[in-house]
Design a protein around this ligand. Structure first.
Ligand code: ADP
Length: 490
């Protein structure tokens, strides 16, 4: 049978066009890059292993941990120190739950953080079909975080990442959860189509300004105070408005009392520091400016020792924080930077009514306590067996000579004694177990602080506390981080 030779047409001579394809994991990696994420902390496994490679392919550092809780503590610490959400990536079920502990802790502490977890196909989870690592992660996370998103298709991912970022940093910062389902991660699409999904979100963070009436009320109360003080919380450290706080304190001679993670925002050893005068301030101050702190259990709920006549001027971004445990005389709701700007502008040209004896009395008390303190450390030098104070006496001068070292601290007595013994002189250089008073943040926060800032970190850990996260010391070694861990084994 005769055959007709096939003559190639002009078209078929050209190389066949197979559009390049990418997966939802690529879309995730690109979406994170698009909002400026520089580090992702996590522990890989099905279904996110390849996502981690693609994240690295975008030039993002992936810090792989031994335990998800520590990876989450690292992400949360990056959030606190940088004002940008730290990102945690976990696998489904147990990995998700381990990480969620840290995300919940971040939410309680007002640290911006995003947990992204691989998740089983929700259509199977919802029908309780007993699929691989089945867990309704979306609804499990919901009550513990600020916002939750579930990506069921790759097209949802860029929007989920952008919105999660905005939710984490807006208003009161906190943890956000993205349920990254297996179908979304594994979805294949043409690269060309994928690239069209990305957009640059406008104003990922919008600071809100306080009302002029609130500012006027606050200024009136502050300037009429006879015995004023300012209480600095970790929200003030987080807000990165160090110069404005310094101006308010120094221009108007207002003594300051820092909460533990606000230590160093103003120097602990500065002339206006009332760090040693907590009880006196509670009992005798007539006006206290509460800047980025909550009147919770750590401040006796604003009751107890606090004078019943005290007037609180509370500067907070979260309106629902006002009147939580006692009525607030002057709430100033807004971003701390804008609130301080407005208060400083309102105080311009006005003078304080401070009693002449108030500041000298606080300074005399500070001096007397300082002498007692020094004697305590001196006495411990030759103590046998060693006490915490012996060890702290050795560490104190080294940290004083290296103020830019970040101090991470947890434990029970180790926490209390270290907080009392080690003075801080720079803002955001102390990270501890914070509002929940937990143990088990040590190695995670140490690694997060070192990765996020590039600075040296010293962790002072109780032996019990170290036990919760000790295995991740190996992570610090693997990444060659400038970290020193001191364990108080009592
Ligand atoms: P501390 O434990 O040091 O007392 P808290 O965690 O109890 O501090 O309180 C921190 C407070 O700071 C929270 O009420 C939070 O809403 C607030 N906050 C966080 N960021 C800002 C900001 N940018 N401006 C104003 N308030 C803020």
């Amino acid at each position: 049978m005769a055959t007709t030779p096939i003559t190639p047409s002009a078209d078929s001579k050209a190389a066949p066009h197979f559009p390049e394809q990418v997966t939802g994991m690529y879309v995730l990696a690109r979406a994170l890059k698009n909002v400026g994420i520089e580090n992702v902390y996590g522990l890989v496994g099905i279904p996110v292993t390849e996502a981690a490679y693609l994240i690295q392919g975008q030039g993002i550092r992936f810090v792989g941990f031994r335990h998800e809780q520590q990876a989450g503590m690292a992400a949360a610490t990056e959030g606190f120190l940088t004002k940008k959400p730290g990102v945690l990536m976990t696998v489904s079920s147990l990995g998700f739950l381990n990480g969620l502990t840290a995300t919940a802790n971040a939410t309680v502490n007002c640290y911006p953080m995003i947990q992204i977890s691989g998740a089983s196909d929700p259509t199977m989870v919802d029908m309780n079909m007993g699929t691989y690592e089945q867990l309704d992660q979306f609804n499990t996370a919901k009550p513990l975080v600020k916002a939750v998103f579930r990506c069921s298709k790759a097209e949802d991912i860029p929007s989920a990442v952008n919105r999660a970022y905005r939710a984490a940093v807006s208003g009161r910062p906190g943890g956000v959860y993205i349920d990254m389902t297996t179908p979304a991660l594994g979805q294949v699409m043409n690269r060309e189509d994928a690239e069209k999904l990305f957009y640059d979100p406008i104003d990922l963070y919008t600071p809100t300004a306080p009302s002029p009436e609130a500012v006027e009320r606050a200024v009136g109360i502050i300037t009429s105070a006879k015995r004023p003080a300012i209480l600095l919380g970790k929200g003030a450290a987080y807000a990165q408005v160090d110069d404005k706080i310094k101006t308010l304190v120094e221009k108007y001679n207002i003594p300051y009392l820092p909460m533990s993670m606000a230590k160093g925002l103003m120097p602990d050893d500065g002339p206006l520091s009332a760090l040693s005068c907590r009880s006196t301030i509670m009992e005798k101050a007539d006006v206290v400016i509460v800047a980025g702190a909550r009147l919770n259990w750590m401040l006796s709920f604003g009751k107890g020792k606090w004078s019943p006549d005290i007037k609180f001027v509370q500067l907070d971004v979260e309106p629902q924080e006002i009147d939580v445990n006692r009525p607030i005389a002057a709430p100033v709701i807004g971003d701390l930077g804008l609130s301080l700007d407005a208060i400083l502008a309102g105080m311009e040209g006005k003078t304080m009514s401070t009693d002449a004896a108030w500041l000298p009395a606080l300074q005399a008390e500070t001096k007397a306590k300082g002498v007692k303190f020094a004697a305590r450390i001196d006495d411990a030098k030759s103590a046998m067996p060693m006490t915490h104070w012996t060890a702290l006496g050795a560490i104190k001068p080294i940290l004083a000579a290296n103020p830019d070292v970040i101090l991470v601290n947890e434990g029970a007595n180790t926490l209390d004694d270290t907080r009392d013994a080690i003075s801080m002189s720079l803002p955001r250089h102390r990270v501890d177990c914070a509002t929940w008073a937990i143990m088990g943040m040590g190695m995670g926060s140490t690694i997060g602080a070192a990765v996020a800032t590039g600075k040296s970190v010293v962790a002072i850990e109780g032996d019990s506390a170290f036990g919760f996260s000790g295995m991740d010391f190996s992570t610090a070694c693997r990444f060659n981080l400038p970290v020193t861990v001191v364990i108080f084994n009592n």
